[in-house]
Design a protein around this ligand. Structure first.
Ligand code: SF4
Ligand code: SF4
Length: 149
């Protein structure tokens, strides 16, 4: 990859003008977007569960098959500049924050310089979630959590 990270690019360029390397660097590695979500059919309100996608390495908070995630998990929605503005992403998500005109949080690895800071801040899903594997769909409701948003 020939692209490089331009100095404090997240403050200087809109999401649509980031190069691929900058785009990837924006992800804080929290893993929250990989939690199963439930939507209330009447109100459209969305609820996060503590059930992680089967492809998520919960300890690392990273997708095990990032390159072909869309084919392995058809429901996996890729974050793009347009999608980042949607409220389905967790409020802490760097893409959503920037799409809404906010800045990066102090625990974001681009600010702290340390990829572990997102875990230390308690923002990542590490140690807080379980895999969806083996959980019946009818039981998803029992796993709704309120610490995401
Ligand atoms: S919620 Fe946003 S910052 Fe966190 S892992 Fe997902 S895309 Fe990355
Ligand atoms: S396929 Fe990967 S990126 Fe997509 S939701 Fe699952 S763990 Fe997350």
């Amino acid at each position: 990859m020939t692209d490089t990270l331009r100095e404090r690019f997240w403050e200087r360029y809109p999401l649509a003008e980031l190069n691929p390397q900058e785009w990837e660097a924006l992800c804080d590695g929290c893993g929250r977007c990989c939690l199963l979500k439930l939507q209330d059919e009447d109100t459209d309100e969305m609820y996060y569960t503590r059930l992680a996608c089967r492809e998520l390495d919960i300890q690392a908070c990273r997708c095990r098959h990032y390159a072909d995630r869309a084919t392995r998990v058809p429901g996996c929605l890729q974050v793009t500049p347009t999608v980042a503005a949607y409220d389905w992403l967790p409020a802490t998500c760097a893409y959503r924050r920037l799409a809404h005109g906010e800045t990066l949080a102090s625990w974001h690895p681009l600010i702290s310089g340390d990829p572990e800071s997102v875990h230390r801040a308690g923002v990542s899903v590490r140690d807080q979630v379980i895999s969806e594997e083996g959980i019946a769909e009818d039981d998803y409701e029992d796993h709704v959590v309120h610490w995401v948003n």
